[in-house]
Design a protein around this ligand. Structure first.
Ligand SMILES: Cc1ncc(COP(=O)(O)O)c(C=O)c1O
Length: 389
């Protein structure tokens, strides 16, 4: 597979990465902040009808949060720990929502005391906890609305509830003295099939109509979660195509009576800004006649490549050694003493035969769910180092 670095970075960006990284010991992640800024601006232009709440979990580095704060982003917050980082940066609680449906009562109280007034829920018990600890606040009820088969990293089953349940919970929201603000969904992360938004929006519309008709509850907001893709190995549509198509779905269903739209991009915003630089530790064949080599790198699942679980996310791997007719499929694995720590085995990468120990592999599009998705000290390996330029 020939990865063209020009599809990921401009020559100036690539030069900057090279100059910064040449003397550094691997493995480490480099994130270019100008790319995060570019992504944010591109999204604002493609979806001017939506308020952007960056999903902090994708990469909670303060450099990224500060930049997005300056650009006017709001923030989807998953825990009190993320909340405290945002507070330390003096980000206003009016620009935060508590998006995790799984939360302790005392954590809701901490968010409320901090000034956060927008919550997401999908269960009766959680809703009661919100009523008790965050009185009069706005609540979005999350529905199950995923294009599971078409998302590279589905969030299926664990979050959201059925439409009928959402109906009951929205009525209960009102009865508990909270504001039934709207409905949220997540179409599945790295969702390449734009139709996933269409079917989810149709489900929301049904709830809107039913609640108005039967309970006189007028919902005001749709939170469409994350799901917007980044460029990995497979082709994706442009941001503008997503923006235009989703607008069309919304207009088809809501016409002029458009609710407030929130989006919570995580992967979209930061993945393409990052490159994880690793080194080959060893190359081995398991038998005299083995057709594939095992290539062991100094980065693995536990050090940041967790999303290779089930070979779900297929990172483009760049090596300067690429040459036509000099490649053979390889199994790529990490450095720990755990066989789960194998990134790609079914999907065998064609990598140059001339690769040797000590050569660098560049894992592209690794700005999201890597540095925040590491184990700490498994097999003694330290957490991933990350630099923000
Ligand atoms: C509530 C919520 N919003 C947004 C996101 C970000 O999704 P993505 O990275 O696909 O943009 C997630 C991811 O887990 C999420 O749980």
């Amino acid at each position: 597979m020939n990865i063209d670095i020009n599809n990921f970075f401009t020559p100036q960006e690539w030069q900057k990465i090279q100059e910064f990284s040449s003397q550094k010991e691997t493995p480490f992640l480099v994130v270019l902040l100008n790319i995060v800024e570019r992504r944010f601006n591109e999204l604002k232009e493609a979806m001017p009808y939506a308020d952007i709440y960056y999903a902090v979990k994708a990469n909670p580095a303060v450099e990224i949060l500060q930049l997005l704060d300056q650009l006017g982003s709001c923030f989807d917050v998953a825990s009190v720990y993320e909340l405290r980082i945002l507070q330390s940066l003096n980000i206003s609680p009016e620009r935060m929502s508590f998006g995790n449906t799984i939360k302790k009562s005392k954590d809701i109280k901490e968010f409320y005391d901090a000034g956060v007034r927008l919550y997401v829920s999908d269960s009766e018990m959680d809703l009661k906890n919100i009523a008790q600890n965050a009185p009069n606040c706005k609540v979005l009820i999350r529905i199950l609305a995923e294009g599971v088969l078409t998302a590279a990293w589905p969030l299926s089953r664990k979050f959201g509830c059925s439409q009928e349940m959402a109906y009951d919970l929205l009525v209960m929201t009102r009865d508990l003295g909270l504001v039934p603000y709207g409905v949220s969904f997540h179409p599945g992360s790295q969702q390449r099939e734009i139709g996933a938004w269409d079917s989810a929006i149709a489900k929301v519309k049904y709830l809107y109509d039913m609640l108005l008709e039967s309970e006189n509850i007028k919902l005001q907001c749709i939170n469409m979660g994350g799901g917007l893709p980044s460029q990995y190995l497979d082709k994706i549509n442009t941001t503008k195509t997503y923006g235009d198509e989703i607008k069309r779905f919304l207009t088809d269903d809501f016409g002029d009576d458009m609710p407030r739209i929130i989006i919570e991009p995580g992967r979209y915003m930061v993945a393409n800004a990052g490159v994880l630089i690793s080194e080959i530790v060893l190359i081995a064949r398991k038998s005299r006649t083995a057709l594939a080599r095992w290539i062991y790198t100094d980065i693995g699942k536990f050090g940041g490549l967790m999303e290779t679980l089930d070979e779900s996310i297929k990172y483009p791997i760049y090596t300067p050694k690429y040459a036509e007719n000099d490649k053979e499929k390889a199994i790529i694995a990490g450095p720990s003493c755990d066989s789960v720590d194998t990134m790609y085995e079914d999907f065998q990468y064609p990598l140059p035969l001339s690769l040797e120990q000590g050569d660098r592999l560049y894992w592209l599009s690794t700005g999201a769910y890597t540095s925040s998705y590491c184990s700490v000290n498994f097999n003694g390996f330290p957490p991933l180092k990350a630099y923000y330029l």
